[in-house]
Design a protein around this ligand. Sequence first.
Ligand code: SF4
Length: 222
Amino acid sequence: MNKLRLIYNILLKEYGEQGWWPLGGIYNTKNKLSNLDDKSKFEICLGAILTQNTSWKNVEISLNNLRKNNCLNINKLRDLSIEELAFLIKSSGYNNQKAKKVKEFIKFLDSGKEVSRDNLLSVWGIGNETVDSILLYAHKKPYFVVDAYTKRIFSRIGLCKENVDYIELQKLFHDNLEENSEFFNEYHALLVEHAKRYCKKKPSCNGCPLKNECKYYKENSS
Ligand code: SF4
């Protein structure tokens, strides 16, 4: 079996379906199957921008704050100043920058341009990972999301270098797996779970379900 598929199977068996993307703070496996309304899509895009360089826990605080103030929608956010928005999303860190990014993203949506990878990449402050999160989780387009956890796990397993380029690692997934958004949704979510439970900065290899597939484990376990 293809090694990338084998790793997915092991992780799915170990952790089960993750129910990404959480909407209203709730993880629900139906989210990846159902057609999302515009409000849900916008919440995902917002989360994808706010989660840059911070944990999801901090993003949830910001999203709840926006919700509490009846501002978790594009019309309200359009009317807020950058300073007002920055105040509401303070918990996400880099909040002044992120408020500006959200405003630029709204301008992009208002422009009516097609939501394509190239067009999204032209929005100030939105890079590969954010763009692919938006395309995969909000728009169900099969773009594999690569993050620091993906690089850490697959470099340790021995399938890429530690400093692998984003597009190069994404290509590994696109070239070796069926390009299916539900599958890519689950795979990325499982990798995040795995990085949190076992493949941390200092890995907990004993008990790791991937140890038989892992170069790092084989080289360091004697
Ligand atoms: S065996 Fe260790 S290094 Fe390899 S994937 Fe598991 S936790 Fe990470």
